[in-house]
Design a protein around this ligand. Structure first.
Ligand code: PGA
Length: 256
């Protein structure tokens, strides 16, 4: 039987049995967003998240491309954030991760990958240019989001102002600890990043937040439940008119 979405705090929530089902649902939404834009004669603009959660989703979209069902060559791929302080060729840069996992396997023109610039001496100006380029390509059709254990979206850590746009941010210690698996030690994890702001994220026409695993249950409950300790950044999605949260059983565990 097809699982029915429920509505929690005005947000459509789809609770699925496991991470594979989450990836299947997310890939279907992403493919649909690409088809819809193409049907309207527009180049699709897909906002992608990095991190582990969406990788199975990207692999499913790749399978659709390889089967010949989907041709996103002229899509725009927009990143949420980029580390500051890694060398230009460092494979852990999100630009490189997205080239490997999304742009190349989907056959997207690499000049259509938009990532915040982090090599400039003036990161405030660079963040401004990112916002301008994003506006110039027409804004994001569908933005995929993960959620941090502390409730961050992008690298908007707790305390982020919902009105802010793309800017230089400092990573929370818990974020650096969680991301240390991709580095030799936590000390190597950059202290800073340039991240789309919450206001930037909310301008996407549709949001799709994915969470899997028990380590995300508390953040999901904080984002969609009563705000006992003040709002977590992800709770801003409640104010978006077209948002779906897709959870596996473990991530939904603490949600009423
Ligand atoms: P993850 O990261 O998908 O690797 O858990 C999500 C996030 O921190 O936003």
């Amino acid at each position: 039987m097809r699982p029915a979405p429920t509505v929690v705090e005005g947000v459509r929530v789809l609770r699925l049995p496991d991470a594979a089902a989450v990836a299947a649902a997310a890939a279907a939404a992403l493919i649909d967003a690409i088809y819809q834009a193409q049907a309207q004669g527009r180049d699709p603009v897909i906002g992608v998240a990095t991190g582990d959660t969406p990788q199975a989703t990207y692999a499913r979209v790749t399978a659709a491309v390889e089967s010949g069902c989907l041709d996103p060559a002229r899509a725009w791929i927009v990143a949420l954030d980029e580390y500051v302080g890694l060398g230009r060729d460092d494979p852990r840069r999100y630009r490189h991760e997205l080239l490997r996992k999304v742009v190349e396997p989907w056959g997207v023109d690499p000049t259509r990958l938009l990532v915040p610039e982090v090599d400039s001496a003036d990161l405030t100006e660079a963040a401004h240019v990112f916002e301008e380029r994003l506006a110039a390509i027409g804004g994001v059709d569908l933005q995929l989001l993960g959620i941090g254990r502390n409730g961050h979206v992008g690298f908007n850590e707790p305390g982020s102002d919902p009105e802010q746009g793309t800017r230089l941010v400092r990573l929370a210690p818990s974020t650096r600890a969680a991301n240390a698996v991709h580095f030799r030690s936590v000390d190597e994890v950059p202290q800073e990043a340039v991240s789309q702001g919450l206001a930037t994220i909310l301008r996407a026409r549709r949001l799709l937040l994915l969470a899997t695993g028990p380590q995300k249950a508390a953040a999901v409950a904080a984002a969609l439940g009563p705000e006992a300790d003040g709002p977590v950044p992800a709770s801003v999605i409640r104010s978006h008119p077209h948002v779906t949260v897709v959870l596996d059983h473990d991530a939904a565990r603490l949600l009423r």
